[in-house]
Write a protein that binds this ligand. Structure first.
Ligand code: PMP
Ligand code: GLN
Length: 397
């Protein structure tokens, strides 16, 4: 068999296909309800689609490197209001190709080979890849569910993970996949450690507007701004994950570094999509959109939680984001991957095995877990709930 693997760089040699590509393909093959990959299966609001139509006929050439002024201005204004600071769009904001590129560019900008980056485990799967591609070394600190289903950050373990090599910690609040929203005390402890060890907090806040308890940006806590880069994007908030428009916000010197990396990655971001994003963010600030979004998702979360009550799966209640982690200990499984491979075929539902969000040494912690997305139509959630009732105690893989 001919292969070109011999040409692979060492940097990517340990990478496999992402779990999202695999399970969406399985969903399609088996016509299963896709509660796996996190993307809405419903239309974005009308004002969002209208903004895209309007933008399609205006700007067709490269945007400026920092981002289309209309967009970086509205991002700066929104964050300024949250932080009580006067941010400057050119200095404090970099528009990126989604949060994904913001994370990649940030890591390329900050991490040297051998630098350690702390990741809270479970983690969004791009983080270790981004750290490795920058030559960094991921260090894992566990988030563990307690008996009430709340995910606990062990501050002693976190403190022990910091040392002279620590360059950054990646925080994600609301957190994918656990649904945890970090408290002010937790954020303050992370900020104190970052100051003490001269480290940067890279704060991924893509679910900032899908939170059922108050969401706090790390940058709005005392001492947080000067130590952090805050990353978010348009995709989750406006149900347009395909737009891939995001941003990094932070102090001038940090954003300058991100921009130096960004200029050699995509150079700039698709202009019409930046224009549409600017219009959407401007309108959303005035039309009560964020409150409606929260209500929409609280309803969807509760629909899925109610449906899961009729099954042997035991759901942990998320505080934010659009995923539920459920415990499958009542079933007789080889593991979470075996369950998630069997689900689309035998039950007609797709979920994500959370072991994809753990390092190799800790994957066993996910053996009895699965992740279900509720960014789906109410009909899909109810039908998936019905189908999951076919899982009986003792279901075997
Ligand atoms: N961070 C987290 C925690 C996510 O769940 C996602 C999923 N899309 C991203 C980043 C990527 O965001 P974007 O689509 O804007 O690149
Ligand atoms: N963030 C989405 C999730 O966690 C998927 C993003 C992707 O497919 N890369 O499901």
């Amino acid at each position: 068999m001919s292969t070109h693997r011999q040409f692979n760089s060492k940097r990517i040699a340990s990478f496999g296909e992402t779990v999202f590509a695999k399970y969406t393909r399985l969903a399609q093959e088996h016509k299963a309800i896709n509660l796996g990959q996190g993307f809405p299966d419903f239309e974005p609001p009308a004002f969002v689609l209208e903004a895209l139509r309007a933008a399609s006929t205006t700007f067709q050439q490269y945007a400026p490197l920092p981002g289309l002024p209309a967009l970086s201005e509205v991002v700066a204004k929104t964050m300024s209001a949250r932080l009580g600071l006067g941010l400057k769009p050119e200095e404090n904001v970099q528009i990126t190709v989604g949060a994904t590129e913001a994370l990649f560019a940030t890591m390329q900008a900050l991490i040297d080979p051998g630098d350690e980056v702390i990741l809270l485990e479970p983690f969004y799967d791009a983080y270790p890849a981004d750290v490795l591609m920058a030559g960094g070394v991921p260090k894992y600190v566990p988030l563990l569910p307690d008996v009430t289903g709340r995910w606990i950050l062990d501050l002693a373990e976190l403190t022990a993970a910091f040392n002279a090599k620590t360059k950054a910690i990646i925080l994600n609040t609301p957190h994918n996949p656990s649904g945890k929203v970090f408290s002010s005390d937790e954020l303050d402890a992370i900020i104190r450690l970052a100051h003490k060890h001269n480290a940067i907090i890279i704060s991924d806040e893509v679910y900032e507007h899908i939170s059922f308890v108050p969401h706090l940006s790390v940058a709005q806590r005392p001492g947080g701004w000067e130590r952090s880069i805050t990353i978010s994007s348009i995709g989750k908030t406006f149900s347009v994950t395909g737009w891939k428009v995001g941003w990094a916000v932070g102090p001038k010197e940090l954003i300058r570094a991100v921009r130096l990396a960004h200029q050699w990655i995509p150079f700039v971001v698709a202009t019409p999509l930046q224009e549409a994003s600017a219009s959407v963010l401007t309108q959303a600030a005035k039309n009560d959109y964020y409150a409606k979004l929260r209500r929409l998702y609280q309803g969807k979360r509760d629909t899925l939680l109610a449906a899961l009550k009729q099954t042997p799966l035991k759901a942990l209640v998320p505080q934010g984001g659009y995923f539920v982690i459920a415990d499958s200990s009542a079933l007789d499984l080889k593991g979470d991957v075996a369950l998630c491979e069997a689900l689309p075929v035998q039950v007609g539902v797709t979920a994500i095995p959370p072991s994809a969000f753990y390092s190799k040494d800790h994957r066993h912690l996910a053996k009895h877990l699965l992740r279900l997305a509720f960014c789906k139509s109410d009909e899909a959630l109810q039908e998936a709930g019905q189908r999951l009732q076919n899982l009986r105690e003792g279901f075997k893989t």
